[in-house]
Design a protein around this ligand. Sequence first.
Ligand code: GLU
Length: 471
Amino acid sequence: MVRTRFAPSPTGVLHLGSVRTALFCWLYARHHGGQFILRIEDTDRERSTPENVEAILEGMAWLGLTADEGPFYQTERYERYREVLDDWLDSGKAYYCYCTKEELDALREAQMAAGERVRYDGRWRDKTEPREGVDPVIRFKNPLEGEVIVDDAVRGRVVFQNEQLDDLIIARSDGSPTYNFSVIVDDYDMRITHVIRGDDHLNNTPRQMNMLAALGAEPPKYAHLPMILGPDGAKLSKRHGAVDIREYEEEGYLPEAMLNYLVRLGWSHGDQEIFSVEQMIELFDIKDVNHSASSFNPEKLLWINQQHMIAMPADRLGERLMPYLIKAGLEPADGPDPEHIAEGYHERADTLLHMAASARYCYEDFDVIDEKSAKKHLRPVILEPLIVARRRLAELEHWGQTAIHEAIVEVAADFDINMGKLGQPLRVAVTGGPVSPPIDVTLWLIGQERVLERLDNAIEIIEARAASANS
Ligand code: GLU
């Protein structure tokens, strides 16, 4: 059974790069009918915060990346790490190192001065006598010779020489386990079969494989994912979008669109760009992951988001829109069903936030009409057609799109003007601006009562303008 894990450290929030890793782990497990485990690697107690844990859990929940097991917290597993440490100390797989900071500094300086690679020289490897006054760290006895072969599912075969790896610290002087050590104990205990993570961890892999061997465990399969770069080719940073994933929720992106965008950062299936979550699960395979870095493109993310909004059934999109209307200060009960807004606006809004803002006039009256639009479209020539249109619209007993459409066509025909000549003034009058869905849809959404009031208002504006022009 395939078992993958996502193992974020809550020293930061969940950002695009970490979500992509989580997604690949999740998809791989789902594709193979396996299990996905969430593990919070919070052993760095100074930099891990409950707020970051919250950000991770909320982000994962928003994206629908559900875990079959966990979240497990490494800080709750100290006893288990202690057990392995004691066992390794007893069996000689690990040892206490009593070097002081000064000694290690001196070692580093000497190595640097001699042009050598900086590494721990193993001076406590075979000593058994404790040293007074120093709290020791525990180091793993890495094999001195031979090589470690990482058969990486993305990178291919990567070979490391043991002589290049020093005896790493597995427990700090306060007894707390370090990252590389707790990871292997957990990967082993949690029966992880596939470790999928960023390629910044590739250099940790031979050390982890050596430690897994010390536990008597078979190593999992590894897949190291290439980096995500910013649009400018530099490492993805806050400036580009390495921000809290929850900000994308705030900005009105659909979680399925985020996943779609992220799956394409490094993975492809022919030329296909748009994938539903089900399709991603069906098609995803680690062997199709690219080994070169991919770059983050915010415009493409917007485009994919809009494609998902268009593809989503209007009733569901309307439900998703609801919280954004409320957040925009609108009262959904004071206007059309959000489902209808979804239908009318999905072609013209690329986020839910944008959609809510564009539909504001359907729920709330505006204070002023955009000046440029008023000047251009609310002119005396259109006064009569608007008055007649207002009357026809007032007479409609059933406020439906077809009836509205017919009424406008008739008025345009009566005055021998084309639809656009009448439609645009109507639009400006009822929305306060020059853009909205087709005019019959717009009027329908706004509702009869509001439309009539707003037409009265526009008619007054034109009359006042005509009066002042004549005086
Ligand atoms: N906790 C590590 C990190 O956030 C991930 C460790 C791993 O995937 O092995 O970078």
